[in-house]
Write a protein that binds this ligand. Sequence first.
Ligand SMILES: *Cc1c(COP(=O)(O)O)cnc(C)c1O
Length: 328
Amino acid sequence: MPISHEPVTLAHIQQASKRIGDRVVTTPLLYAPRLSELCQREVYLKCENLQRTGAFKLRGALNKVLSIAEHGGAMTGVITASSGNHGQAVAYAAALVGLPCTVVVPENVLAIKEQAILGYGAQVIRCGTTSSERIELAERIAAEKNLKFVPPYDDPFIVAGQGTVGLEIAEQLPDAAAVIVPVGGGGLLSGVATAIKSLLPNAAVYGAEPALANDTYLSRQQGRPVDIGATSTIADGLRTSHPGEFTFPIVQKYVDDIVLVSEEEIKAALTTLLETSKLLVEPSGCTSAAAALKLPELKPNEDKGPVVCVLSGGNVELSTVAELILGR
Ligand SMILES: *Cc1c(COP(=O)(O)O)cnc(C)c1O
């Protein structure tokens, strides 16, 4: 069992895969002909936008919640602090496992997100507008009521769960030459990189990060986690201000490079995915495709074998999509 100072290994990811089993969808890896033309190499899409709850986050949340249920006889439930994909995933996972769940959301939470969390049977508490206020409250309630806090990325069970995306890619496309992964706090990137470098050691692994939220990029330049404060990218799942303490060393060890993408490049990728692959992908999940489109220019001498873009989620309102596409 990993503790927080031990790195996550392939064995932990395989264990996570067994633990979460068929409670998650083995998402399709689709060939994308038009993107392949544009990128001058074969492009495949790992469709976590088609995952249950609409994003990969369910994998880590389930691995964590199931391990809590396995080990905590006296445990009275779980709590987290996110109105986004992580909050929904924890609510869904807790309901599956039969644990009570509380989600702390911002006072200005979108009704549609609050409804999704309530729909999975969780209790919702509204608090403040910053994530630090919410995390503080969640941790206080956790201590008072003996609940287990489920972090969004900085946790070995979360990383191992997200790494199962990498296990599936290695099985679905053993000759992948590169894998591109959106990066926020780095849970998905560190998990996928661990799996890919263990199983396909010759494949490159890239993180795709908005230029407006370039905390992981800057942290790599400085060799330590850097905090960039509040960010405003349209990729709302990637607005973390700093990489994780647990995830960053893994990113440092396994990830070949971080590719920065502009807001315009994210919007263009969203349009291309919708028009040519018929896939609805939220802005955060489009950063990998946006990065793939830049690779010929950024890495002209790289191996031109197949590249996999992880489309990390699909939770976006149609009114937002219309705005992004029409406002282009
Ligand atoms: C959370 C999230 C990410 C970023 O994941 P991290 O593990 O925080 O790096 C990327 N895409 C989507 C859709 C997300 O919900």
